[in-house]
Design a binder for this molecule. Sequence first.
Ligand SMILES: [Fe+2]
Ligand SMILES: [Fe+2]
Length: 249
Amino acid sequence: MEKTQRLTHILKRLNSGEDPEAVKTDAKELLASVSPDELALAEQNLLDEGLSVEDLHGLCPIHMEMLGEQVSQMQAQLPKGHLVSTLVHEHDAILGFLDLLGQLNQTIQQMPAYPGPTHEFRQLAHVAEHLAETERHHQREEEVLFPELEKRGMYGPPMVMREEHNQLRPRKRQLKELVETVDRQDFATFKRHLAALTGFIVPTLRDHIYKENNILYPAALQVIDDESVWQRLHQECDTIGYCCFTPEA
Ligand SMILES: [Fe+2]
Ligand SMILES: [Fe+2]
């Protein structure tokens, strides 16, 4: 059987509810020899066969566990200022904001009443603003990188990533609005909303970043192998602009 077909078969078994541990043992050997674009192609086969994007989400934690950490290796091979390298650096900054959001939520949940604009609430406002800024990062992915992959026949992973951007977008906006109006609302209600938004945004965006770092970006680097194309994409990214937390190239 062709590698992609074997992979598709494994993904199907995972999705049919078979014990992941049993499947994983079978899959390990195969996955060790599989490249990111082959994995992406297998995911796309499943989508073509009618599996929904939602179903595919369920597979991702298992992929992630199997794939291991490739990011630092990938970063080391990229020339300075490469657009993928910039996206990965931005991910590092975003992961820091997510950690801080988780910690602040925990601290604030212990507070009996709104204490005024203390250090915690200033930090929370800072995090909410920066998470809203990630829109520009997502925009570069959606308008520059993903279309280039789709042009080359890779539809599945960009579709899943767009779907997650769409789920995150309104929540990031709500978080910013919530934090801006903390002094004008019932504190118990505020805490409930803060916990709900944090509980969605932190794990979803963390997973999303992991998938891009470990699957989508490595696949993009394999599929787009023409340096002049990367230069054109870089210019398109420059036109869209960067985030306030983007490290200088
Ligand atoms: Fe993304
Ligand atoms: Fe991203």
